[in-house]
Design a protein around this ligand. Structure first.
Ligand SMILES: Nc1nc2c(ncn2[C@@H]2O[C@H](COP(=O)(O)OP(=O)(O)OP(=O)(O)O)[C@@H](O)[C@H]2O)c(=O)[nH]1
Ligand SMILES: [Mg+2]
Length: 394
């Protein structure tokens, strides 16, 4: 009862009367970090054309939790059929797809590390990327200039690999000299560690890079790689190769050049650009006409998931159905931590059911009645397609 007046409610703020000691629903849409992929290649190979095609449509429809995006960064939703089905079952208000960020940079030329072309400083923009997408020109000369005057995918790829290695070499040498200075100053606490790092740089890292060998192929052990993770070396990152082919040769996969046993994904930036301008039904029709089963974007995402060793687990409820990206092998508490730090810190257990099983039985209640929901603990390794409900207490 309010004396002598009336209530005028301007806004309503909801707050819990007492903090529940035991909650286990995911809060609505905490922003999650995207995995990011940097796009490299020679100039005029179609990097920006592809980048624009990949990110154009997606940005329009995206319900992503980022407000500003720099012009050379684009967020792409990871298509996931499972979400729609689960959202229908749960009558979810919204679907939140997991995302991948693409970063487009200038083209590298031979000698970029010595300042040729635009130099190589712009590589700093992809140092933090999780993987690299290397675009190689496969489309004919026509009126689009090729820096070397001829289309030679193998040689072009080699030039780019070398420039990435030289960029890492530069960083490695600078760091090595710092390490040497450090060990000279007497009484350095971590002298032993520093000396073994110096040895790793001198014996393995610098010699490999001097030969233009990417570090991921330099035979470093997992421990050695972990020891230099803070360097964000470009040539350690997994690489996806894309061959940007003419639209009339997109289906001639057997003619693809062999790149030192690497898997090359053929895409046609031009077709992707056309697809980006169509609605879903038109795009389907166009792809059928061109004889393409999977769009370039889907191919890149599938490959990225493979090389990055990624999987998705799912959450579903009335407010939202959502996919969360994690690394294969991640245990339940860390996976829960992707949703919220508290979920990891106060992890108790997880209710888990495969998405297909849940759909088949039709509802969480029915699944519970049939005893199909498993209670998993801290040691549980989350699987692709697991629908999870985390229980925690902080
Ligand atoms: N015929 C044909 N032309 C293409 C294709 N992809 C891109 N191009 C053309 O090639 C030119 C260069 O494309 P961009 O996407 O700007 O190339 P880029 O790799 O970003 O180049 P830089 O930013 O200079 O390193 C443009 O005129 C594109 O229209 C393709 O698949 N087929
Ligand atoms: Mg460009």
């Amino acid at each position: 009862m309010v004396e002598g007046g009336y209530w005028k409610i301007k806004s309503i703020i909801y707050f819990p009367l007492s903090k529940p000691a035991f909650t286990y629903r995911a809060p609505a849409s905490a922003p999650s970090m995207s995995f990011s992929i940097g796009i490299v290649g020679l100039p005029n190979v179609g990097k920006s054309t592809l980048f624009k095609a990949l990110t154009k449509k997606q940005i329009d429809i995206a319900n992503y939790p980022f407000c500003t995006i720099e012009p050379n960064k684009g967020i792409v939703l990871v298509p996931d059929e499972r979400l729609k089905n689960l959202a229908d079952m749960s009558k979810s208000e919204k679907i939140i797809y997991t995302t991948i960020e693409f970063v487009d940079i200038a083209g590298l030329v031979k000698g970029a590390h010595k300042g040729e072309g635009l130099g190589n400083q712009f590589l700093a923009n992809i140092r933090e990327a999780d993987a690299i997408c290397h675009v190689i020109r496969g489309f004919a000369l026509g009126n689009i200039i090729h820096v070397a005057g001829k289309v030679d995918p193998e040689e072009d790829a080699e030039i780019v690999e070398m420039e990435l290695a030289f960029s890492d070499l530069d960083a490695a040498k600078k760091h090595l000299s710092k390490l040497r200075d450090k060990v000279k100053s007497a009484g350095a606490k971590d002298e032993k560690d520093t000396r073994s790092l110096i040895e790793l740089f001198e014996k393995k890292i610098v010699p490999a890079l001097e030969q233009g060998l990417p570090l991921r192929k330099a035979g470093l052990s997992a421990e050695e790689l972990a020891a230099v993770q803070y360097m964000s070396f470009l040539t350690v990152k997994p690489m996806i190769y894309l061959l940007n082919v003419d639209e009339n040769t997109i289906n001639e996969a057997p003619n693809l050049p062999k790149l030192k046993n690497e898997i090359i994904i053929p895409v046609c930036a031009k077709i992707e650009a056309d697809l980006a301008d169509l609605n879903a039904a038109e795009a389907q029709e166009y792809m059928k006409e061109m004889g393409i089963a999977v769009s370039g974007l889907d191919k890149i995402i599938l490959e990225a998931y493979k090389v990055l060793n990624l999987i998705s687990f799912l959450t579903t409820g009335q407010d939202e159905t959502r996919a969360w990206t994690i690394t294969r092998g991640m245990l339940a508490p860390q996976a829960a931590g992707k949703i919220h730090g508290d979920f990891e810190r106060g992890f108790i257990a997880a209710d888990v059911i495969n998405w297909q099983d849940l759909l088949t039985v039709g509802s969480e209640v029915a699944a519970r009645e049939k005893g199909m929901i498993r209670l998993e603990g801290k040691k549980y390794e989350v699987k692709d397609g697991d629908v999870c409900v985390f229980k925690f207490n902080v």
